[in-house]
Design a protein around this ligand. Structure first.
Ligand SMILES: [Zn+2]
Length: 454
């Protein structure tokens, strides 16, 4: 039997144990937003790795501890896995068909908060370790490290300084990221970059208290209008961001990037069906233009707005305060610090010195070279596991702390996981399909084996 066939056979015959282990992980709440179950979950994950021969340590950060685990292997090469043990809050509870922390298998899927994000993907690594170790008579074929943080769902605020401070300890030759899986057509997708993010709170207070609009409307400044005008100054109706210098550092996609974008199956119709979107921004209809806009261009998004009276009927009142949450998704080589400073200068120059800007968290963009040999390895193994041509996605529209690893550890990063577009990550009825879980385990195992052999 070939090594890959042996891995596959082991994985197939251990799916019941893998599903049970995932259920155990998901039954333990670990909500970083509220703190519920965080310490117990970190201990549970530490135990699962210790049982697999890892030296495990929970190291302090400015927030929840980071779990660092290490096992020695036969070759000198080191593969690093980045995952997280925290999950999103489960609310609204009434929209779940089974309780979020009572993992339930139905119709070939396991339902629970964290089933895919990120406990399902973490389980793929754990089950892959078992298969690889069985193949090698109880040893690992290469050195393996884990960084499993507890603040991914709240912005990974403590992680960048943590990675910077532990460069030696975390040193590796390559890194497998926390998520991955297939697209709407079932093709494995390998994400190679993440946009950055600069998340701000904007607020205005124009008076010490709300006022009768019959009085104040004529002669007092209105916080809701002040904020609306300030927001209006940020972007035009063609989505062009009007902050001076905002686009200065933006690096256009290369010819190679555009070639990769052209190979991504057009998701336009799938978005229309899933989200009910009738028109995409700037009139794009799909294809490369849509992909390029979705991943290689920066954005300014109003995530929330709050001011004045929103109850039943009418209330003639002039609001004394107004606030908004705004995120800027950033592309290489923009930096959050630069954007924050340009935003402040812009608001001041436009006469909005009264609009306060609060930094609510940021992450710079980062990406891996699509022609790196490790990307090739991940693509080759995905082709074998899924029996379909993998799609290389040079940049994802989302954000994450990949820059800390790329910047400080200089590792190439690829994704590998058990997700599919219907997984409902962050939403009610989050689940992992058990067939996708098995594929995610297989891809993790094949890639680990291939990496060790290289
Ligand atoms: Zn998440």
């Amino acid at each position: 039997m070939s090594a890959t066939a042996a891995l596959d056979a082991f994985i197939a015959s251990h799916m019941a144990q893998s599903t049970a282990e995932l259920a155990r992980l998901c039954a333990q709440p670990s909500i970083s937003a509220t703190g519920e179950g965080m310490a117990a979950c970190a201990d549970l994950v530490a135990g699962l790795l210790a049982a697999r021969g890892f030296d495990v340590e929970l190291l302090p950060t400015s927030g929840y501890p980071v779990l660092v685990a290490e096992a020695r292997g036969r070759s000198a090469r080191t593969l690093l896995f980045y995952n997280h043990y925290d999950v999103q809050p489960p609310e609204p509870l009434e929209l779940w068909d089974s309780p979020p922390f009572e993992p339930t298998v139905r119709a070939g899927a396991l339902y629970a908060r964290g089933a895919i994000d990120d406990k399902g993907n973490l389980l793929c690594r754990l089950a892959a370790l078992d298969a690889v170790r069985a193949l090698h008579g109880g040893a690992y074929p290469c050195n393996i490290k884990f960084v499993i943080e507890g603040e991914e769902e709240t912005g990974s605020t403590g992680l960048e300084p943590f990675v910077a401070a532990h460069k030696q300890r975390l040193a590796a030759d390559a890194c497998i990221w926390e998520f991955g899986g297939v697209d709407h057509l079932g093709n494995p997708n390998l994400f190679l970059g993440l946009r950055g993010i600069c998340y701000v709170g904007l607020s205005v207070r124009s008076l010490t208290q709300d006022v009768h609009s019959g009085l104040g409307g004529s002669i007092f400044p209105n916080a809701a209008w002040r904020l609306t005008w300030a927001l209006n100054s940020l972007k035009d109706s063609m989505e062009r961001i009007l902050i001076p210098g905002f686009y200065d550092a933006v690096q256009a996609p290369s010819a190679r990037d555009l070639e990769l974008l052209a190979h991504i199956p057009d998701p336009a119709q799938s978005y229309r069906e899933r989200y009910g979107v009738t028109e995409f921004l700037r009139g794009v209809t799909g294809g490369v233009a849509l992909e390029r806009q979705a991943s290689f261009e920066p954005t300014c998004t109003i995530c929330g707005l709050n001011s004045g009276y929103q109850g039943a009927g009418s209330k003639t009142v002039l609001p004394a305060e107004a606030s908004a949450k705004v995120d800027f998704r950033l592309v290489p080589n923009q930096t959050p610090a630069d954007i924050l400073q340009k935003l402040r200068s812009h608001l001041d120059a436009q006469g909005f010195a009264d609009v306060l800007v609060e930094d609510l968290g940021s992450e710079p963009p980062a990406r891996t070279d699509p022609d790196h040999p490790f990307v090739q390895m991940a693509a080759d193994t995905a082709r074998v596991v899924y029996g379909r041509e993998p799609v290389l996605v040079p940049m994802s529209g989302g954000s994450g702390p990949n820059h800390a690893f790329i910047e400080h550890l200089k590792v190439p990063i690829v994704t590998c996981g058990a997700g599919y577009p219907g997984s409902q990550a962050h939403a009610p009825n989050e689940h992992v399909r058990l067939d996708m879980l098995q594929q995610g385990i297989r891809h993790s195992a094949h890639l680990l084996q291939r990496f060790a052999d290289a």
